[in-house]
Ligand binder design. Structure first.
Ligand code: COA
Ligand code: AMP
Length: 639
C-alpha cells in the first residue's frame, strides 16, 4: 500500500489501523477496547490491555531465540571504555536491579527519579522500573539542583537513582553533591538514594539514605515483569513550558509500546538485528524513545554513547562509531553536526572510516537548517558509499515519536529542503490561523493536530489535568496545539518554522525563556526583563537577557551580566547556555503591555527591522541595538 493509502486509513479508521499495529506486540491480555475516552474526556488507547514494557524490550527476544544477540553497546570515549550486553545479559541485570528496587519498597505506581550520566545503568534503571510498573522520571544531568528539586516535589519519588559523577569532555562533574543539595531544597525528598560509584569520583555516602548500586544488586533476587494496564504510566518526563514549573509529560505503557514498535519500521525502516544509534541523552525524549525503548522493542542493538560529537577525541567520533559498531541507522540533532562541521568543514576525518553500514541518517530536536542539510548531502555523497538519505523529522516530548517524517519504511517520498515531509500515520496535522480557520497552502499559522492524538502521545500531564487542557486543548477545541508555527505547502509538505511560545531550543535542548525571566526578575535591581532566544550558528538559539533597572539602581553592564549568568547557571544549569545580558532603558511593548520579544530577537540578527505599529517611539529599538553592539550580542559578536 502507498503512504497515502495507509495515512488515509489511519485517519479515517484509527481503531482498525491501531488494532492491527497492536497485534504486532505481545500482550498478556489483548485490549478489548482500542480507543476510548476517560472521565475527563481525554482519549485513551488500548484500555483493558495488559502488558509489560520491560518484557517486550528484553524477555520477548530471549523467548524468540535472540538472547545471545547484542542488545546494547556502551561506547564511552569519556572513560575510554566499552561494554556490550546481550539481550540475556541485559535482561538479567534489569531483573536484578528491579529486585533491588523492590527491596527498597518500590512497587507498581511508585515514582523513581533517575539523575544519571550516559552509563548503561541509566537504561538498566529505566527498564527495571518498567519491569515493576514503577514510574520513572529521568532528569537530565545538566540540570542544576533546583531543577531536580522541582521535579522531585512534583513526582514525589520513593527512590532516587544517581551516579557519583558525569564526565563532560575531560571535566568530571560530581553528581552526589548536586543531589544532596536538591534533597535539601525539596519538600518531598525520597526515602532512599541509590548511587553508582564510578572510578572517576567517589561519592560520600550517608548511612540510612544512600545505597551502593552494586551492593543493592548483589543482595537482590531477579524480579519478574508485572502485568500492567495499557493505560498505566510508564514514565513522566518533565519538559519546559512557558513558566518556571516544568510540565510532567505522562507516557502510558500500551500506546507507547505499540507506536514505538510501529515507528521502528514505518519511520526508520529497521528490522530486528539492525544496529540503531540515537546520539542523544537518556535525559531527553529522544533518549527515552530511541536509545532505550524502541530499538530494544524492535530487537535491534542500541548504542549508548558517553561522548560528544567533537573533542572526544575529535570530530571523527560519529564516523568512528558507525564503522566500529556497523551502525545501520543514525539519529542525532543538527546542532551536533554543526559542531562537527565547525571543526572539520571538509569532513576529512570521515575518510579515515568505512561507513558503508549506514543506510539512513535521521535528524530531529530542531529544524534541519538548509545549510547543514546541504553540507551533509555534500559530504555523504563523496562517492565512497551509496547515497545515504538525510531525513529531517519533527516531534516533541509530548508525542514520543515523529509527528512528521519521510516514511522510509512505508514509501520514501521526494525530499523538500527545510521540510520534515509528511504527517506520520495517526497524526491529522493542520495549520490554523488565529481565528481557527485553515490556512491556505503556503500561509504561516499554528500547527495543530486534530484529536485523537495517536498512541504514545501524552494522555495528560502528571497531577495536572487542568494544565493539560489549558496548555494544549483549549485554544482550538478538538485540536492539540503543538506550540510550533509553520506552513503546509500545496503538495502537503509541512514546514516547521519555530515555537510561538516562550520555549527556545538551545543545542537541541528545550528550555523556557519564561522560566529564565521569572528567575531574573528576582534580582533586586531589576524593574523588568525579557529573555529571548537569538540565532546562534552552533546551537541554533541561545538565550540573551535584556533588563531595565529600577530607578536609582547602580550596577554596571558587566556586573549585571555576571550576576544574571550565575542566577541562571545555579538555578537551571549550565545547559541553559545563558552567557549574555544587557541593561537597556526601555523594552518594546504592545499597547496592552506585552513585551515584543520577537522584535528584540530580530534586532540581534537583522540589520533592517520594521518598527511595530504599537511602538510610539522608534528610538526604543535603536537604544537596544546600541547595547547589542556594545556587548557583542548576536550579529554584533566579535568572535
Ligand atoms: N551534565 C552536566 N553538564 C552538562 C551536561 C550534562 N549531561 N550536558 C551539557 N552540560 C554542560 C556543558 O558542559 C556546558 O557547560 P559549560 O558552559 O560549563 O561549558 C553547558 O552544559 C552547555 O552544554 P552544551 O550546549 O551541550 O555545549 P557543549 O559545548 O558541551 O556541546 C554540542 C555542544 C553541540 C556538541 C552538544 O550540545 C550536542 O551534542 N548537542 C546535541 C544535543 C542532542 O543530542 N539533543 C537531543 C535531541 S536529538
Ligand atoms: P522536545 O520536546 O525537547 O523534543 O522539543 C520539541 C520542539 O523542538 C518542537 O516543538 C520544535 O519546536 C522543535 N523541533 C524538534 N524537532 C524539530 C524538527 N525536525 N524541525 C523543527 N523543529 C523541531
Amino acid at each position: 500500500m502507498s503512504y497515502l493509502d495507509i495515512y488515509q486509513q489511519s485517519i479515517e479508521q484509527p481503531e482498525l489501523f491501531w488494532r492491527e499495529q497492536a497485534e504486532q506486540i505481545k500482550w498478556y491480555e489483548f485490549p478489548e477496547t482500542i480507543l476510548s475516552q476517560d472521565e475527563h474526556g481525554f482519549y485513551r488507547w488500548f484500555s483493558g490491555g495488559k502488558l509489560n514494557t520491560s518484557y517486550l524490550a528484553l524477555d520477548v527476544h530471549i523467548e524468540e531465540g535472540r538472547g545471545a544477540q547484542l542488545a546494547m553497546i556502551y561506547d564511552s570515549p569519556a572513560t575510554d571504555s566499552q561494554q556490550k550486553f546481550t539481550f540475556l545479559e541485559l535482561r538479567d541485570q534489569v531483573a536484578k536491579f528491579a529486585g533491588g528496587l523492590k527491596n527498597l519498597g518500590v512497587e507498581k505506581g511508585d515514582r523513581v527519579i533517575i539523575y544519571m550520566p550516559m552509563v548503561p545503568e541509566a537504561a538498566i534503571a529505566m527498564l527495571a522500573c518498567a519491569r515493576l510498573g514503577a514510574i520513572h522520571s529521568v532528569v537530565f544531568g545538566g540540570f542544576a539542583p533546583n531543577e531536580l528539586a522541582v521535579r522531585i516535589d512534583d513526582a514525589k519519588p520513593k527512590v532516587l537513582v544517581t551516579a557519583s559523577c558525569g564526565i563532560e569532555f575531560t571535566r568530571v562533574i560530581e553528581y552526589k553533591p548536586l543531589v544532596d543539595q536538591a534533597l535539601k531544597i525539596a519538600e518531598f525528598p525520597p526515602e532512599n538514594t541509590v548511587v553508582l560509584q564510578r572510578p572517576q569520583a567517589q561519592a560520600k555516602m550517608q548511612s540510612g539514605q544512600d545505597h551502593d548500586w552494586n551492593e543493592l544488586l548483589n543482595n537482590a533476587e531477579p524480579a519478574e515483569p508485572v502485568a500492567l494496564d495499557a493505560t498505566d504510566p510508564l514514565y513522566i518526563l518533565y519538559t519546559s513550558g512557558t513558566t518556571g514549573l516544568p510540565k510532567g509529560v505522562v507516557r502510558d505503557n500500551g500506546g507507547h509500546a505499540v507506536a514505538l514498535k510501529y515507528s521502528m519500521k514505518a519511520v526508520y525502516n529497521t528490522d530486528p538485528g539492525d544496529v540503531f544509534w540515537a546520539g542523544s541523552d537518556v535525559g531527553w525524549v529522544v533518549g527515552h524513545s530511541y536509545i532505550v525503548y524502541a530499538p530494544l522493542i524492535q530487537g535491534c542493538t542500541t548504542i549508548l554513547y558517553e561522548g560528544k560529537p567533537v573533542r572526544t577525541p575529535d570530530a571523527g567520533a560519529f564516523w568512528r562509531l558507525i564503522e566500529e559498531h556497523k551502525v545501520n541507522t543514525f539519529f542525532t540533532a543538527p546542532t551536533a553536526f554543526r559542531a562537527v562541521k565547525k571543526e572539520d568543514p571538509q569532513a576529512k576525518l570521515k575518510k579515515q572510516y568505512d561507513i558503508s553500514s549506514l543506510r539512513t541518517l535521521f535528524l530531529a530536536g530542531e529544524r534541519l537548517d538548509p545549510p547543514t542539510y546541504e553540507w551533509l548531502k555534500e559530504i555523504l555523497a563523496d562517492g565512497s558509499q551509496p547515497e545515504i538519505p538525510i531525513i529531517d523529522h519533527w516531534w516533541q516530548t509530548e508525542t514520543g515519536w515523529a509527528i512528521c517524517s519521510n516514511p522510509m519504511g512505508i514509501e520514501p517520498q521526494p525530499l523538500k529542503n527545510g521540510s520534515p515531509t509528511f504527517p506520520m500515520p495517526g497524526y491529522n496535522v493542520q495549520v490554523l490561523d488565529e481565528e481557527g480557520e485553515t490556512c491556505k497552502p503556503g500561509e504561516t499559522g499554528n500547527i495543530v493536530i486534530h484529536l485523537p492524538l495517536p498512541p504514545s502521545c501524552l494522555p495528560t500531564l502528571w497531577n495536572d489535568d487542568e494544565r493539560f487542557k489549558q496548555s494544549y486543548l483549549s485554544q482550538y477545541p478538538g485540536y492539540y496545539i503543538t506550540g510550533d508555527e509553520g506552513i503546509k505547502d500545496e503538495d502537503g509538505y509541512i514546514f516547521v518554522m519555530g515555537r510561538v511560545d516562550d520555549v527556545i531550543n538551545v543545542a537541541g535542548h528545550r528550555l523556557s525563556t519564561g522560566e529564565m525571566e521569572e528567575l531574573i526578575a528576582g534580582h533586586p535591581d531589576i524593574a523588568e526583563c525579557a529573555v529571548t532566544g537569538i540565532d546562534d550558528e552552533l546551537r541554533g538559539q541561545v538565550p540573551v537577557g535584556f533588563v531595565v533597572l529600577k530607578d536609582g539602581a547602580q550596577i554596571s553592564q558587566d556586573k549585571m551580566q555576571e550576576e544574571l549568568i550565575a542566577i541562571i547557571r545555579n538555578n537551571i544549569g549550565a545547559v541553559a547556555c545563558f552567557k549574555q545580558a544587557g541593561i537597556v532603558k526601555r523594552l518594546p511593548k504592545t499597547r496592552s503591555g506585552k513585551i515584543l520579544r520577537k522584535t528584540i530577537r530580530k534586532l540581534a540578527s537583522e540589520t533592517e527591522v520594521a518598527v511595530p505599529p504599537t511602538i510610539d517611539d522608534p528610538l526604543i529599538l535603536e537604544e537596544i541595538r546600541e547595547i547589542m553592539q556594545q556587548r557583542g550580542i548576536g550579529q554584533y559578536a566579535t568572535s
